[in-house]
Design a protein. Structure first.
Length: 378
């Protein structure tokens, strides 16, 4: 197995993990800004979500560039969500990453993130170039017997900001496209690795599992994205592309289903190619690492990256033996694999990501440069 082959497989696993939907029926009946505290479920546990406060609004009115504010809407749904929630993340939300803050979207569709309430009238969010805001629209399905949560992301967002509200629409699809290139390869170009989609009925919010026709246009050619069922699959529409498929600056995804009406619906994605390469500092592959001992992984800093992910594969196959439990922000350069590795040969990847989720698009493109090292544990 080559470094590049393993890098491609690792990143597709990440893309699949990054897009999620839920079917727990716990949406509040009286949503909007007047609802009681709601709960957001995350891998790390439940998070209480209060309504937006007047204090936050006043702080942002006094110091708008130190805040992130905006609106949330569901214009492509005919169903009305019972409530919407907004969550602010310091890095792309993946794994056990918890939000810095979360709130119910107000009844007028607005959300406000102003930083700690005890910071004073002129306080605000810490300066940072890699914030992400997630909007979750909660729908009652089957007469309220079950629930469906549909999310949309915007990011990376910068503070100090322009002081203008960010308009975020939740479409009836959750989309993630994955691109990558190997770091340090002369003339290396971005390659399209995979696409993953969850599709939802605009009239109810329920997920459409398997009956929709999904295609992605690559180089002017529509390519079918088949359903990968929950019986050993990803429970989503997904496709891994053949090696050396060139990445595109933009993508159009088309969904055809009677539930969308007589005409297919189209959704747009926009990529940002990384203008940098990454590098693993240690282990450097030149000497064995102790088996069964905590393994520190150190990489070169890259402030332009939105985050990094560490992943380790067994060299005798594509089995992933470790992946970062949550993204490492670009101001961190080390992660420790606490359990260590059993004796054997492995391939270590550190993926530096530019994950572009502009508010005007319908999903995210994860564009990664991947640094790799062969390591041996003795």
């Amino acid at each position: 197995m080559t470094k590049n082959e393993t890098a491609a497989a690792s990143l597709l696993v990440f893309a699949a993990s990054a897009c999620s939907t839920s079917s727990a029926g716990n949406a509040a009946e009286d949503g909007g800004g007047t609802a009681d505290d709601a709960t957001v479920m995350a891998d790390a546990g439940p998070i209480q979500v209060p309504p937006v406060t007047g204090t936050a609004k006043a702080m942002c009115a006094a110091n708008p560039t130190a805040c992130l504010t905006g609106t949330a809407a569901t214009p492509k749904f005919t169903a009305k969500p019972v409530q919407m929630k907004a969550a602010l993340y310091r890095v792309f939300p993946f794994g056990t990453e918890r939000p810095l803050d979360a709130e119910l979207v107000a009844g007028d569709g607005t959300w406000v993130f102003a930083g700690p309430p005890d910071g004073g009238a002129d306080a605000g969010l810490d300066p940072w170039d890699h914030y992400y805001v997630q909007i979750e629209a909660d729908f009652n399905v089957d007469g309220g017997a079950t629930g469906s949560a549909v999310t949309a992301l915007a990011g990376p967002l910068t503070v100090p900001s322009a002081g203008e509200p960010v308009a975020l629409s939740v479409p009836p699809i959750q989309l993630s496209v994955l691109e990558s290139r190997a770091a340090g390869v002369p003339g290396g170009t971005m390659q399209l690795q995979g696409v993953l989609a969850h599709v939802f009925d605009p009239s109810t919010g329920a997920e459409i599992k398997g009956s929709a026709t999904v295609t992605i246009t690559v180089g002017g050619t529509p390519v079918a994205v088949p359903w990968s069922g929950d019986d050993g699959g990803l429970d989503a529409y997904s496709l891994q592309f053949a090696p050396l498929t060139p990445a595109q600056p933009t993508y159009t995804v088309t969904v055809a289903s009677p539930l969308f009406g007589p005409a297919p619906a189209t959704f747009q994605l926009v990529a940002v190619e990384p203008a940098f390469d990454g590098a693993i500092v240690s282990p450097d592959g030149g000497a064995p690492v102790p088996a069964g001992s905590p393994l520190p992984v150190v990489w070169a800093p890259e402030p332009q990256a939105d985050y990094e992910i560490v992943q380790i594969f067994a060299s005798n196959g594509l089995a992933s033996v470790y992946i970062s439990p949550e993204p490492d922000p670009p101001d961190e350069v080390e992660e420790t694999v606490e359990a260590g590795l059993p004796a054997g040969s492995y391939l270590l990847n550190v993926s530096y990501s530019k994950t572009n989720c502009p508010p005007t698009a319908d999903g995210c493109v994860q564009a990664n440069t991947v640094s790799a090292e062969n390591i041996t544990a003795n």
